[in-house]
Design a protein around this ligand. Structure first.
Ligand SMILES: Cc1cc2nc3c(=O)[nH]c(=O)nc-3n(C[C@H](O)[C@H](O)[C@H](O)COP(=O)(O)OP(=O)(O)OC[C@H]3O[C@@H](n4cnc5c(N)ncnc54)[C@H](O)[C@@H]3O)c2cc1C
Length: 441
């Protein structure tokens, strides 16, 4: 089971038509809905389960500029400004705190790797810098191990994933958006070569624009209208502890463990290095697209076999007599990888003995929606007018989420975009562009 998520009022009824239908009530879908509704657009979000039931409540909660692919830097800078004013935007505290984030270096090659990011980020590096000695020790109260150095960004922070997307969704509702829960979109409809609406499990909704913000499901949905979107699902696991007295207040990653302090006083802990891909038909369909990233990242991806056709992404989206695969899997809830989580906790305990005896309250996992270059698609689709894709956030869409939603809304309405959207264009995956992932963690 995933962590308990703040509720969003159900009860919005399904309209016959809207200007825009958004498929997916994760942080991207509900943020796009908020900004569209604030522009006076009639917008409906269809969520097959509950808001933030999948990745958007299961993530670490890091809101970071540090370590980002240069293509994402302008958008994450805007996102962090938005997080700074999130309470005003949504009318409640969702736990955003600028507690800083550390990438801890164990040796010289780590130092060189992170220092290289600072050089590459140029002006976008802002307050990110390499620190060591006393400056680093002060940020790790109670640490029993000295790290060689760290990349530190004091202005990065964290928010509570179980609160943020639901609060944005409620704000979107207040602004006029309709959010339909337990409402799977079975198909996107087209007419005369353009999008004309969707068919949900409760019937059709006509709309001239459909935004696909379906997380790990987006590729399946796009395929049903002949759009090839290379995307693979990667399972990543997390645990949370009970409250801890003392210990560091911020977040950190190093080989062997990653942590961040939660608003409830506990820690969210993860291994942060290893994730798993469950081999399914998409693995072969998109093999060549992912070859460059796989050849670089193969040590951090474990392959799992079995259930080739029976897993969530193995089936054809339509199920005879049972509606669709989206109803069968209302909320993706993969098994967490317990051994790597326990090892991560043990590694963290060695550094912070204050964790000893603190109970582990829960473990869970989520499926990340990875693209071949680890950069999202936030883009119209030239070959199918009316279709807009906002997906493929590749394990770092929570922090960038509010700004990605705003950019999606700008693209839908044709307003001046929050940032230049060129780097996120869909066509890079079909026009022969070579994919060069450049992100670190
Ligand atoms: C373990 C883990 C740790 C992470 N840590 C971080 C982090 O620290 N910082 C960070 O920035 N990011 C992190 N991420 C990534 C981040 O969580 C995601 O990038 C982000 O939540 C993606 O949001 P989304 O709205 O695109 O997708 P999702 O949250 O997955 O939402 C998609 C929604 O679409 C719905 N849907 C799909 N198909 C249909 C359909 N046909 N009809 C109706 N509804 C449909 C699904 O039910 C789902 O609710 C992490 C992810 C995981 C799994």
């Amino acid at each position: 089971m995933g962590p308990p998520v703040d509720p969003v009022p159900a009860g919005d009824s399904q309209p016959k038509s809207a200007d825009v239908v958004i498929v997916g009530g994760g942080i991207i879908g509900v943020s796009a809905a908020l900004f569209l509704a604030r522009k006076g657009i009639s917008v409906v979000v269809c969520e097959k389960g509950h808001v933030a039931g999948e990745q958007s409540s299961r993530n670490w909660g890091w809101c970071r500029r540090m370590g980002r692919d240069p293509r994402e830097l302008p958008l994450i800078v805007e996102a962090l400004k938005m997080w700074g004013g999130i309470e005003e935007l949504v009318g409640e505290d969702v736990g955003f705190r600028r507690t800083g984030i550390l990438y801890l270096c164990q040796d010289e090659s780590d130092v060189e790797h992170h220092a290289e990011w600072v050089r590459r980020a140029g002006d976008y590096a802002l307050d990110s810098k390499m620190i060591e000695g006393r400056a680093l020790a002060d940020l790790m109260p109670g640490a029993q191990k000295t790290f060689r150095a760290a990349l530190h960004t004091p202005s990065d922070g964290r928010a509570e994933p179980q609160k943020a997307a639901p609060a944005i969704a409620r704000a979107a509702q207040r602004a006029g958006a309709r959010i339909l829960l337990r409402c799977a979109v079975r198909e996107i409809e087209t007419e005369a070569g353009r999008v004309s609406g969707v068919v949900t499990e409760n019937g059709p909704i006509r709309a001239s624009t459909v935004v696909v913000a379906g997380g790990a499901w987006s590729s399946h949905l796009c395929r049903s209208v002949g759009i090839r979107l290379p995307q693979l699902a990667v399972r990543s696991s997390v645990m949370r502890t009970g409250p801890v007295e003392g210990g560091p207040d911020g977040a950190a990653w190093t080989e062997g463990f990653a942590y961040r302090k939660r608003l409830d006083g506990g820690y969210t802990i993860a291994d942060g290095t290893i994730s798993y891909h469950h081999v399914n038909p998409d693995s072969f369909r998109y093999f060549t697209d992912f070859l460059p990233i796989l050849s670089r990242e193969w040590r951090s991806i474990g392959l799992r076999f079995g259930d080739f056709l029976g897993g969530p992404f193995g089936l054809s989206p339509r199920l005879e007599g049972e509606g669709s695969v989206y109803e069968r899997h209302r909320t993706l809830d993969p098994e967490p990888a317990v051994a790597p989580l326990e090892a991560a906790r043990a590694n963290m305990e060695k550094v912070f003995p204050v964790l000893k005896g603190v109970p582990t309250l829960q473990r869970w996992a989520g499926f990340i929606d990875a693209t071949p270059d680890a950069v999202p698609v936030i883009s119209p689709v030239k070959s199918l007018p009316g279709l807009v894709i906002a997906t493929g956030f590749s394990g770092h869409g929570f922090g960038i989420g509010p700004a990605a939603g705003r950019l999606t809304a700008d693209i839908v309405t044709g307003d001046t975009p929050l940032v230049a959207p060129t780097a996120f264009r869909y066509e890079r995956f079909i026009d022969g562009t070579r994919h060069r992932p450049t992100t670190g963690v």
